[in-house]
Ligand binder design. Structure first.
Ligand SMILES: Cc1cc2nc3c(=O)[nH]c(=O)nc-3n(C[C@H](O)[C@H](O)[C@H](O)COP(=O)(O)OP(=O)(O)OC[C@H]3O[C@@H](n4cnc5c(N)ncnc54)[C@H](O)[C@@H]3O)c2cc1C
Length: 405
């Protein structure tokens, strides 16, 4: 305990010395350059560099790979102190939350040395090459082929719904290496550079107006054979393990952020939900010091209670899981509930804003209203990405409850 307390004190001094002013949440009376301004961007870069150099972008990873080598308890203190400072943990990505943990568990020593430090420092941005035009929920039916040729694999096929592929440097990709084996047994998990000859990336525009998705085509793309993770044709179990990490990451949205529930998290959740009531007030009006619409008040209260219960359940599960290594199939329960909760929260706010939530552009709408419309539309994808809610129900039935197929 004493050493945890001294770690907390050290961290506080480190944060005070190193966290640039624009990277701390705006406090009343403070004037900061706005988000996205050159000053903000410059300090965001500096903040990432300082955190990465200290290993804090991947706090529990071993120092040998650039992490800070912290225990779970120290990581909790780190999250609390960052939250108290109002500082974001920078550089969080598919690399830090999905590929990195899988490499730590299943990569060779050489692969860990080669890929992990670049993730810690955000030097390489990763894309996830899982879904294909004919293979989403039934992912194991994927058709992208990889054929061994000397010390390389030659890849042909395509991936779809690849988040951020147009901004990514490398892809972790599921490929079929044995087309004659039963579908789960002929898949491998391989890494390659998206700048390789034969890769074509086409952005897909989304309902939210953003273009974060891409379709990615491979024509005789060459990947080094020593970039294959685990054994050839045994990639399915790696794919599933990574999905558990992904689902844990996504489920954090239900609690209003990532990670486990701390005192700071509970306050943030309460603030966010009070935020719904506050945001609704100008549209709905007030009676007797309460939101005038009783039905809406009821929905907000219910959502608030469910969010706090969810946050506490995630916390309890996280503590119970300390003994085991990483997430388990219960990640599907949290993914299902957390993403449905996040959609519900967005729906409630849409109801409160009425027609003001349905604008796209123009003078009739304020910025916060237009932002909400986009966030509401984006939240629809939460219960699809990382496996749909129906797929999570199947996993829960089979793997958590042990029901027959
Ligand atoms: C925001 C977002 C980001 C994404 N990012 C990525 C990414 O970076 N990389 C990547 O590889 N993929 C990504 N995806 C794709 C995502 O993984 C797939 O969309 C998802 O797995 C569903 O597959 P599908 O779209 O082919 O739908 P389908 O599998 O065709 O499903 C259609 C409907 O049928 C239902 N269904 C299908 N099978 C069953 C079943 N057995 N039981 C009950 N219901 C069933 C589904 O629940 C769904 O409602 C992303 C998706 C979204 C929305």
């Amino acid at each position: 305990m004493e050493s945890l307390e001294s770690f907390r004190q050290e961290l506080r001094s480190w944060l005070t010395e190193n966290c640039p002013p624009t990277q701390r949440r705006l406090r009343e009376g403070e004037i900061q350059p706005p988000w996205g301004s050159p000053a903000f961007e410059e300090e965001a870069k500096l903040w990432l560099e300082r955190c990465a150099n200290a290993g804090y972008t991947c706090p529990t990873w071993p120092t040998a790979y650039g992490g800070a080598g912290l225990s779970k308890e120290q990581e909790k203190v780190l999250k609390q102190e960052f939250a108290a400072m109002g500082a974001q943990l920078p550089g969080q990505s598919f690399g830090t939350h999905m590929l990195g943990p899988v490499l730590l568990e299943l990569g060779t020593e050489e692969q860990k040395q080669r890929f992990l430090p670049d993730i810690v420092h955000s030097r390489v941005v990763w894309a996830q090459g899982y879904s294909e035009p004919g293979s989403g929920s039934d992912l194991a039916s994927l058709q992208t082929r990889a054929v061994r040729d000397g010390d390389e694999y030659v890849i042909n096929g395509s991936k779809i719904w690849t988040t951020g592929a147009n901004r990514a440097d490398w892809m972790f990709c599921l490929v079929r290496t044995d087309p004659d084996a039963p579908k789960h047994d002929g898949i491998s998990f391989i890494l390659f550079d998206l700048k390789s000859p034969g890769v074509t990336i086409s952005p897909i525009e989304l309902i939210s107006g953003a273009s974060e998705f891409c379709q990615v085509f491979f024509e005789d793309v060459r990947a080094k054979a020593d970039n294959l993770i685990g054994e050839k044709n045994k990639g399915w179990s790696i794919a599933k393990r990574l999905l558990q990490y992904e689902r844990t990451m996504i489920s954090g949205m239900g609690a209003g952020g990532g990670g486990s529930a701390s005192g700071g998290k509970k306050k943030r959740v309460a603030k966010r939900l009070r935020g719904i009531a506050d945001a609704a007030l100008p549209y709905v009006g007030e009676r007797d010091g309460k939101l005038a619409d009783g039905a809406l008040r009821d929905q907000i209260t219910q959502c608030e209670m469910d969010t706090l219960c969810f946050t506490l359940t995630m916390k309890r599960s996280g503590e119970e899981a300390k003994a085991q290594k990483g997430p388990s199939h219960t990640a599907s329960m949290f993914k299902l509930y957390g993403t449905e909760l996040n959609k519900r929260r967005n729906e409630i706010l849409t109801t409160a804003l009425g027609t003001q939530a349905l604008g796209w552009e123009g003078e009739g709408f304020q910025k916060n209203e237009l932002d909400h419309t986009r966030a509401w539309l984006r939240s629809k994808g939460n219960s699809i990405e990382g496996g749909t809610s129906e797929v999570q129900l199947n996993v829960i039935a089979k793997r958590v409850l042990g029901l027959p197929d």
